[in-house]
Design a protein. Structure first.
Length: 525
């Protein structure tokens, strides 16, 4: 009998980025990197654990924008070309590094990219969604949804139907991709506001996640803290993040990814090598990008970096996995004596941490599950499994919160990005008015314009743009995308009101901003 459970939650998300008007677009490169460095490696280790009979359980969100990109023919065709380009670079690197201390790493990368390609074309049959569906249907994972375009829900809530539309479209998109309705949701940025649970309950959502203080500051105070879920007034369960297990991975000072033996993220041949040599593998305009070929380890805080030893790093993942599991065993042993049920330690992370930022992260997770499978005192569990085992839970009012800096809404509403929301609120109000007015229209042009207006509004609502403005990362692109969707929405509105049918403009938007082709504007009614 175990003392309790560990619940891993991976949030897989990227904003919807698609630029058919360009042969290459830098921000699309984010998506291709994430597939090769995070999504496929995690799926590979899931298959490895299944084959080895390792008992693993966790929850993973695949947000609707990410699922749409994974299903988009153009983007996946471009990803396949990207894979071929990386394999060509691997062959070139094997030749270049022959007889040097980097030769074995060049061979490692060649084997790695070839393995990813073989897994993609073979086991996945060119469909990442099919991989998630397999493990979902086998009961290994809960695949959960998110806000349809990762809109920051508390800041959309003053407009009729804006939040409900984000939730309803998320459920519809999830059903289409995974063959069943989602039972759980990753609230965008873990941002909760009072009353949101009522909307979630309407659409069959049974649970969501909040940061630690979202549960600890609930009223009344939760009897079990974050070591058991609580129910909202509408009966939806809220799981709170465990601070200690998160800190062991997230902390820049104490977290495992900062170990000096692990691969350094920033030292990449895309920036290190001669421009003429690397030019075919970076942006066509000559801008350097990460290639994924990195030959140095973290080493220390200075710019000096020593050579990366993948065998040493692999051994470290075993040590760190054993330490992580041992710490959770201690934690659960202490808590189990104080409460009348098996406690659960909830550890939510951005999925992209594992593989993209922390190269050895997927192997670490594999070793954690492998170690946990041998343990008699701790087991992994999915949210649904825990709720089925403990269906009775304390009813509280969850505290409004987010998992952003300072714990509330500051990151997404500040002097740098507050201008966004007056446009989002105006567009939402106009969308509701026009949806009601044109509810029964049979005019094909108007219907398609209204559907595209809904897409433009959804895409403008993405919390990623406000976040990038705050952090100063890709700020120009974030501003451009926000203004572009506002402009598109207004021009489509004018075309309907004025009766001017610009089919070329409409079809261009339908091809580019094509998220959820089955969009129905009546969702805003």
């Amino acid at each position: 009998m175990s003392n309790g459970y560990w619940m891993l939650v991976l949030h897989s998300h990227l904003p919807f980025v698609k630029h058919p008007e360009y042969e290459y677009f830098l921000e699309e490169h984010w998506f291709y990197e994430a597939i090769s460095e995070t999504y496929i490696p995690i799926l590979q280790y899931m298959k490895k654990m299944e084959d080895e009979g390792i008992n693993f359980r966790f929850a993973v969100s695949v947000t609707p924008p990410l699922a749409e990109m994974m299903s988009d023919g153009l983007l996946m065709e471009r990803y396949e070309k990207h894979m071929d380009k990386m394999l060509a670079l691997a062959d070139k690197e094997v030749e270049r590094t022959k007889g040097t201390c980097f030769e074995h790493l060049a061979h490692m990368y060649k084997e790695r990219f070839q393995g990813i390609k073989d897994f993609y074309y073979g086991y996945l049959n060119r469909s990442l969604i099919s991989g998630y569906r397999h493990f979902l249907e086998k009961g290994y994972i809960d695949v959960i949804t998110c806000g349809f375009t990762h809109g920051f829900l508390p800041l959309l809530n003053n407009t009729e139907n804006a939040v409900r539309a984000q939730v309803e479209m998320a459920v519809k998109s999830h059903e289409q991709k995974f063959g069943q309705a989602p039972k759980g949701i990753w609230l965008p940025e873990c941002a909760y506001f009072e009353g949101l649970d009522e909307i979630l309950a309407e659409y069959g959502i049974r649970y969501f996640f909040v940061d630690t203080h979202g549960v600890l500051y609930a009223k009344p105070r939760p009897k079990y803290g974050v070591y058991a879920p609580v129910y909202t007034q509408s009966g939806v369960a809220a799981f709170g993040r465990d601070y200690y297990s998160s800190k062991q991975v997230w902390s820049s000072k104490e977290g495992y990814p900062g170990d000096v033996s692990y691969r350094d993220f920033y030292r990449d041949i895309g920036y290190d090598l001669d421009h003429d040599y690397i030019k075919p593998y970076i942006s066509p305009d000559g801008e350097r990008v990460f290639t994924g070929f990195k030959y140095h380890r973290i080493t220390g805080d200075s710019e000096y970096k020593e050579f990366y030893d993948n065998k040493v790093a692999s051994a470290k993942t075993v040590d760190h996995a054993k330490h992580f599991v041992a710490e959770r065993e201690k934690q659960l042993a202490e808590i189990a004596e104080l409460i009348d049920r098996k406690p659960v330690v909830v550890s939510p992370y951005d999925a992209e941490l594992y593989g993209h930022w922390w190269f050895e992260g997927p192997e670490f997770l594999y070793n954690v599950f492998k170690e946990m499978d041998k343990s008699e005192t701790i087991k992994s569990i999915t949210p649904l499994e825990y709720l089925n085992e403990y269906p009775t839970n304390q009813v509280v009012s969850v505290n409004p919160s987010s998992w952003g800096d300072k714990g509330y809404y500051d990151v997404w509403l500040n002097k740098g990005n507050d201008w966004i929301y007056r446009h989002l609120h105006f567009m939402s109000e106009k969308m509701v008015d026009m949806a009601k007015f044109h509810l029964s229209t049979k005019d094909d042009f108007k219907v398609r314009c209204l559907n595209q207006m809904a897409r433009e509004l959804f895409l403008a609502q993405s919390s990623d743009w406000a976040f990038l403005v705050t952090t100063g990362t890709a700020i120009d692109y974030a501003m451009q995308r926000t203004k572009e969707h506002i402009h598109n929405f207004m021009r489509l509105r004018d075309m309907i009101d004025d009766g001017f049918k610009d089919w070329h403009f409409l079809e261009k938007l339908e091809n580019k901003n094509s998220i959820f082709p089955a969009m129905d504007f009546r969702i805003y009614c």
